[in-house]
Design a protein around this ligand. Structure first.
Ligand SMILES: Nc1ncnc2c1ncn2[C@@H]1O[C@H](COP(=O)(O)OP(=O)(O)O)[C@@H](O)[C@H]1O
Ligand SMILES: Cc1ncsc1CCOP(=O)(O)O
Ligand SMILES: [Mg+2]
Length: 272
């Protein structure tokens, strides 16, 4: 059976996010910290980049959603991430894991495995990261993917079933699955992977949408669709990666439910 998620459904979720202005506690990497905070503000959320181990649990308890991104790890950071994820679990606060470059080193794989045990609501990565995570193996070229989202369908579904989580694989066409349903989200622009940390910032946006929704699969699709729409719009005026980054934040800020009405409905395919 296939149902759909219309542009109006997505716009309603964007409106809800902006009304709620969720506090997104982000433990993200040094590269992403500033751009991800600006992206979260542009979409209508309230970012806080708080990563000291001594306050991670306490801050996560205050937040509406938590983002954990393993981009620039060190032992103190990993302990803070474990504290934040544990606290999010205790408070039923949704949290997103971004497994940056998890296929690159044993330290990343071990750290990601500890975080997976703490049950993220959503795992968002590129195709190589999702394949590496599902197979507990190698893959990718540093933070960049060497695979396409279509290569990661089986891995994403298996990971979603094993973790009882939503898994989002981003690429030219994004994939979202909770192991029972599968959605393909087109949109975006080829300049997006040429701007560092746009994937990291997206994981924060997914967290913001989760805070305002009961269904994590639908929330994730709405986040990806809004991001893709802003990316397509930014690409119309950008001269290259530098001006794209600026135009993208402006496009996210300008995005409104009316502009989303024209989007093709997303098909939610049942895997049962
Ligand atoms: N070739 C592409 N065309 C259009 N959008 C893309 C393309 N590659 C990535 N994107 C978009 O860029 C954003 C970041 O995804 P991605 O580059 O896969 O993440 P990461 O930075 O973690 O590797 C997503 O919104 C995705 O849809
Ligand atoms: C370049 C880099 N190095 C460590 S983390 C990071 C940012 C990765 O960002 P993204 O996963 O969004 O491309
Ligand atoms: Mg990434």
């Amino acid at each position: 059976m296939t149902t759909t998620l219309t542009g109006a459904d997505i716009g309603a979720r964007l409106t809800r996010l902006r009304q709620a202005a969720p506090l997104v506690h982000s433990l993200t990497n040094y590269v992403a910290m500033n751009s991800a905070a600006n992206v979260l503000l542009a979409v209508g959320a309230s970012p806080a980049m708080v990563h000291a181990r001594e306050e991670a649990a306490e801050f996560a308890a205050l937040a509406d959603a938590v983002l954990i991104n393993i981009g620039t790890l060190s032992p103190h950071w990993v302990e803070a991430m474990v504290e934040a994820a544990t606290s999010a679990g205790e408070h039923q606060t949704p949290w997103v894991l971004d497994p940056v470059a998890v296929g690159a080193t044993a330290y990343r794989r071990e750290s990601a495995a500890r975080l997976l045990d703490l049950r993220p609501s959503v795992i968002r990565g590129n195709a190589s990261e999702i394949i590496a995570l599902a197979e507990d193996g190698l893959g990718g070229r540093g933070v960049d993917s060497t695979a396409a989202s279509d290569d990661a369908v089986q891995a994403a579904v298996a990971l979603a079933r094993r973790q009882e989580a939503v898994v989002a694989v981003t690429d030219e066409v994004d994939l979202v699955t909770d192991g029972r349903r599968l959605v393909r989200v087109p949109g975006g622009h080829p300049l997006m992977p040429r701007v560092t940390a746009l994937g990291c910032a997206l994981s924060g946006v997914v967290a913001a949408f989760l805070a305002a929704d009961q269904d994590p699969l639908v929330a994730t699709c709405a986040a990806l669709a809004c991001y893709g729409e802003a990316g397509s719009r930014a690409g119309r005026t950008a001269q290259g990666p530098g001006s794209f980054a600026v135009a993208f934040v402006d496009a996210l800020h300008q995005l409104n439910p009316e502009t989303l009405l024209r989007r093709e409905p997303l098909a939610i395919e049942s895997l049962d």
